[in-house]
Write a protein that binds this ligand. Structure first.
Ligand code: GLN
Length: 196
């Protein structure tokens, strides 16, 4: 059975647990870094990226999550989780985990559009995907090995770099589990590759 952990320091982790289970994998709430050894893939949820970073440091997660990803295990960052994965923030700020070659802008859709929903076509994953954006970031630039899977208003909102996946919105808040299911299949594939 494929086991996916959801980092549960802060933010929307319970809904992710449900979404992973609905996608046919086992879901585990991750609160201690030692638990990373028991999972095949990790979801970093939405919330508030600076608060989550503070808790990541407090609980000693920074290097263990980097090592987890560098060992080829998939990581999926959603909303604040996307910000944590990015190599560059707002053009200048230091990265947090800095695992993905992309630059992100926080709260990028502006005050007028604090929260909104839209239907997205996500390449190879889903057409007409109902995406919920909440004080969302977008991706301003991706590196040459990072594939753009979806845009909204000409801004990148889903990207994948090998075994790393990031989206601007909250995929756990609707009954549409197709993006989570895509991550589950990434984790299943990596399990096969890492075992061979
Ligand atoms: N704006 C938040 C941040 O900068 C992210 C919002 C979210 O995760 N819904 O961390």
């Amino acid at each position: 059975m494929t086991t996916i952990g959801v980092l549960a320091l802060q933010g929307a982790f319970r809904e992710h647990i449900r979404s992973v289970e609905a996608s046919g994998a086992t879901a585990v709430i991750i609160k201690r870094k030692e638990q990373l050894e028991t999972i095949d893939g990790l979801i970093i949820p939405g919330g508030e990226s600076t608060t989550m970073r503070r808790l990541i440091d407090q609980y000693g997660f920074l290097e263990p999550i980097r090592a987890f990803a560098n060992a080829g295990k998939p990581v999926f960052g959603t909303c604040a989780g996307l910000i944590l994965l990015a190599g560059e923030i707002d053009g200048s700020h230091d990265a947090h985990l800095g695992l993905m070659d992309m630059s992100v802008r926080r709260n990028a859709f502006g005050r007028q559009r604090d929260s909104f929903e839209t239907d997205l076509d996500i390449k190879g994953v889903a057409d007409g995907y109902n995406a919920v954006f909440i004080r969302a970031p977008y991706i301003e630039r991706v590196g040459e090995n990072t594939e753009v899977l979806a845009t909204y208003d000409d801004h990148i909102v889903v990207a994948q770099e090998g075994h790393l996946l990031a989206c601007s919105f909250h995929p756990e808040l609707t009954k549409d589990h197709r993006l989570t299911a895509h991550f589950v299949s990434m984790v299943e594939n990596s399990k096969r590759t890492l075992a061979s």
